[in-house]
Design a protein around this ligand. Structure first.
Ligand code: ADP
Ligand code: MG
Length: 256
């Protein structure tokens, strides 16, 4: 079953067609990498999927339900960015808890300027603390819960950002070049961890990268994008053995 469906998505910015009719079905629990050179439209497509950007035309469905017009917070997915976007003044635990505290403080209850830590009931705070600890343990950062982001390495910060996505328990995770700010060694390490997370959680992962080696090692399927169009969607083996196009072959690195 397709969890995420993109149907004929087009997007123009000021007369420039950035996405030229992208259709893609992503199966429940699948790890799909979206690859392509810088500027080809990967982030724009992911942002449309997340509800952070509105398409010019086309439809997006999640779990069989059209979500066009639904806010990002109301879509059953969580996004992890390249820049970790952590709150510097909050601890690791508080950063991870942000989606939980925000979700419960909907509408009139949400008081601007107070931040995510309103005095909730003791039981609620306990429940949040437990969820945060579980996520942190899964990501090997449970010993860092009281630190501030400024006291962490790049790899640790990226784990906090992933932790914040985890506690939302979405059916799909969207990751936009999450490892590109890390050094090579940490990148290889985190690759394996993210792929493992996909298997453990059974959630759908849409993983944007411009690094074809990353995509080849992590993915069930890879979608190759160039200039706002998908050139080919297939398993790493299929793309390597039977590239549909010379540009796919060049990008994937298969013998032409
Ligand atoms: P990628 O993530 O593959 O590097 P992007 O989706 O970020 O590519 O960008 C695709 C194209 O759309 C680029 O030419 C970029 O300059 C343009 N673009 C992206 N966002 C905007 C925006 N908000 N306004 C105008 N142009 C944009
Ligand atoms: Mg991008």
């Amino acid at each position: 079953m397709a969890t995420v469906q993109l149907h004929k998505i087009k997007k123009s910015f000021g007369g420039t067609d950035v996405l030229k009719g992208v259709s893609l079905d992503i199966a429940d629990g699948e790890f799909l990498s979206l690859v392509g050179p810088s500027g080809c439209g990967k982030s724009t497509l992911l942002r449309i999927l997340a509800g952070l950007e509105t398409q010019t035309s086309g439809t997006v469905s999640i779990g069989g339900r059209p979500v066009d017009g639904l806010r990002a917070a109301d879509r059953d997915l969580a996004m992890v960015f390249q820049s970790y976007a952590l709150y510097p003044h909050l601890t690791v635990a508080e950063n991870i808890a942000v989606p939980l505290t925000m979700r419960r403080l909907s509408g009139a209850q949400r008081l601007p300027g107070i931040g995510p830590f309103l005095p909730g009931s003791r039981a609620l705070r306990q429940e949040i603390a437990t969820t945060v600890r579980e996520a942190a343990e899964m990501l090997d950062i449970a010993h860092l819960l009281d630190r501030k982001p400024g006291q962490l390495s790049g790899g640790q910060r990226q784990r906090v950002a992933v932790g914040r996505a985890l506690v939302r328990e979405p059916s799909a995770f969207l990751l936009d070049e999450p490892l590109s700010n890390l050094d090579a060694k940490m990148r290889v390490h985190m690759r394996a961890e993210i792929a493992q997370l996909n298997r453990r959680l059974g959630a759908t992962f849409v993983y944007v990268t411009h690094d074809q080696a990353e995509a080849m090692t992590m993915s069930d399927r890879i979608a190759v994008m160039m200039e706002g169009e998908l050139l080919q969607v297939g398993t790493p083996d299929a793309l390597y053995d039977r590239p549909a196009d010379i540009r796919v072959a060049q990008f994937i690195g298969s013998p032409a």
